[in-house]
Design a protein around this ligand. Structure first.
Ligand SMILES: C[S@@+](CC[C@H](N)C(=O)[O-])C[C@H]1O[C@@H](n2cnc3c(N)ncnc32)[C@H](O)[C@@H]1O
Length: 231
């Protein structure tokens, strides 16, 4: 809700009795609302397609392809800003694996900007099958829940479920190891992931709970930030 408030979809008001915050529609979000505000369960996506998003990607090749290309385009766009504003993050790294990196839109930008970094993408077989060939990026088929190939740095964009696995794949901070997370952050450091909002304190909790000892946050563009986590 905080993301939607910052981006103008809702306004926040205090309730008349001064108690809980109340979210109200803005002129923009009124355009999105039909006759009812009730959100159906199962989700509209599942009702339309018969499966949740991630399920469909695997079962419908043309939909999966479209989704992967969309993510790829978004990664290419945002990574130009990351390299420009937070390029230091990739200095001193010798190898990097982009976990669940899709078609490698982000990794391709990193590989071009930092040719000394040996870059790989880890993703599922049906995604890697469509990955570009003839580039400096290596594509690895694998399951991030099982294991992550060892690298100096692990890169995650919009996929933080497997932080503990990522920690196992990198060396210590002293040896240059880090996990680099690119995700959405709003306002004074809160973020939105798969429907959950996280402010800086919540990020800190997640990172420390995953066993990391320290972290650093750098804003990139709009609501996106880079978060570095160290062992
Ligand atoms: C939201 S997309 C993100 C793609 C890419 N990181 C980006 O931002 O452009 C999620 C990716 O996770 C991959 N994925 C899902 N489950 C996975 C698993 N168990 N192991 C490896 N990759 C997985 C999907 O195939 C998909 O490419």
């Amino acid at each position: 809700m905080r993301v939607l408030t910052v981006t103008g979809v809702f306004n926040v008001q205090h309730s008349v009795d001064g108690g809980e915050l109340v979210y109200v529609l803005t002129q923009a979000s009124r355009l999105l609302v039909g006759s009812s505000l009730n959100m159906p369960d199962p989700s509209p996506f599942k009702m339309t397609h018969g499966r949740e998003l991630w399920d469909l990607n695997d079962h419908d090749a043309s939909f999966g392809n479209l989704f992967d290309k969309g993510m790829d385009a978004d990664s290419g766009f945002i990574m130009d800003f990351v390299v420009d504003k937070c390029g230091d993050v990739f200095q001193g790294i010798s190898s990097l694996v982009d976990v669940a990196g899709g078609l490698g839109g982000a990794t391709q930008v990193i590989a071009k900007a930092f040719p000394h970094v040996e870059c790989s993408v880890l993703d599922l077989s049906h995604v890697v099958a469509n990955a570009p060939t003839g580039t400096d990026v290596k594509y690895i088929v694998g399951d991030m829940f099982e294991s992550i190939p060892p690298a100096n740095a692990v890169f995650l964009k919009e996929c933080i479920k497997i932080l503990k696995n990522c920690k196992k794949a990198i060396p210590s901070k002293e040896k240059g190891g880090k996990v680099i997370i690119l995700d959405i952050m709003v306002g004074a450091g809160s973020s939105f992931i798969n429907g959950a909002e996280r402010d800086e304190q919540e990020w800190k909790n997640i990172i420390l709970k995953a066993g990391f000892s320290d972290y650093k946050i750098m804003p990139v563009l709009g609501v996106r930030s880079i978060i570095e986590a160290y062992t």
